[in-house]
Design a protein around this ligand. Structure first.
Ligand code: SAM
Length: 266
């Protein structure tokens, strides 16, 4: 049973913790205290959040340059620098973007940002209910599922527990995607420091969503049915970097990133 979230400043919220790490202002004391607790255990947490966000920007640029004209961004997060439609529009003005998040605060902020943009929409929905998202009238108004689409699952699948069948969720989106579509994933892992996992996940248990770090093999499984584009599934800073990456940076980003393509169209 999927529960709807309310506006609650006292429960640490995963979107606002991330906003804090990215230097945003849309967070409360409870979020900041939790973020600092997490940074106490994993000092690279802020850098990891940034590596995730930088991957999102590079992936959207890559996809727009690959000819993608429509994007579904699942788990949008609070608006910050280089939002998906802004990055996409630099390359493809008029590219259509549907944002999806289950957090009403994220949706309100998104609506304010998108007010005057006809090519974008934000839908309040839960990724654990793919059917509702795929059939949503606002999504259908902008996205033609008979044409290639990019589905972005950046920083979201690690909030989906096994009980909610994350592999089944990804498979449902894959089935709905036309040949030549793309899936981008960025996912937290504990592979670099397994001894920190229990403490970190215990803290996330007190937040709006539990954290489920996954191994590289487990993340790779999300790409079943897709052909991974170069360089495959790697630590986020290693995915088509557009700047010099320091030697220690990849592994301490704690996030695996990859982009896959549905086969079938040249
Ligand atoms: N995708 C953005 C990025 O990578 O910069 C934001 C990632 S933020 C860490 C995760 C977002 O996923 C939050 O805004 C949270 O509300 C959303 N989220 C978590 N679980 C979700 C679910 N089951 N359905 C929809 N959104 C969800």
């Amino acid at each position: 049973m999927v529960q709807r979230r309310g506006l609650d400043a006292n429960t640490p919220n995963v979107a606002r913790i991330y906003d804090y790490w990215l230097g945003g202002k849309d967070n409360f004391a409870a979020d900041r205290v939790t973020a600092e607790k997490l940074s106490g255990i994993v000092p690279e947490a802020r850098a990891a959040a940034r590596a995730n966000r930088e991957f999102l920007r590079r992936a959207v640029r890559f996809l727009a340059k690959a000819g993608i004209r429509q994007f579904i961004d699942l788990g949008t997060g609070l608006p910050t620098q280089a939002n998906v439609h802004e990055v996409a529009h630099q390359i493809v003005p008029g590219a259509r973007v549907v944002y999806v998040d289950y957090d009403p605060v994220v949706v309100i902020h998104g609506q304010a940002l998108l007010q005057s943009d006809d090519a974008t929409a934000i839908v309040e929905a839960d990724v654990r209910e793919p059917e509702k998202i795929l059939e949503h009238h606002e999504l259908r108004a902008l996205i033609d599922l008979d044409e290639p689409v990019a589905v972005l699952m950046v920083g979201i699948l690690h909030f989906i527990t096994e009980a909610d069948d994350p592999y089944g969720i990804v498979a449902r989106f894959r089935e709905a995607m036309a040949p030549g579509s793309y899936l981008a994933i960025c996912h937290v892992t504990a592979d670099p420091r397994p001894q920190a996992e229990a403490q970190v996940t215990e803290i996330y248990r007190q937040t709006t969503a539990p954290l489920v770090p996954r191994s590289r093999d487990q993340v790779l499984r999300f790409f079943d049915g897709f052909d991974l584009v170069e360089p495959g599934l790697v630590y986020a800073p290693q995915w088509r970097p557009d700047r010099l990456v320091r030697p220690a940076e990849p592994v301490t980003s704690f996030v695996f990133a990859g982009v896959g393509r549905t086969p079938g169209r040249p």
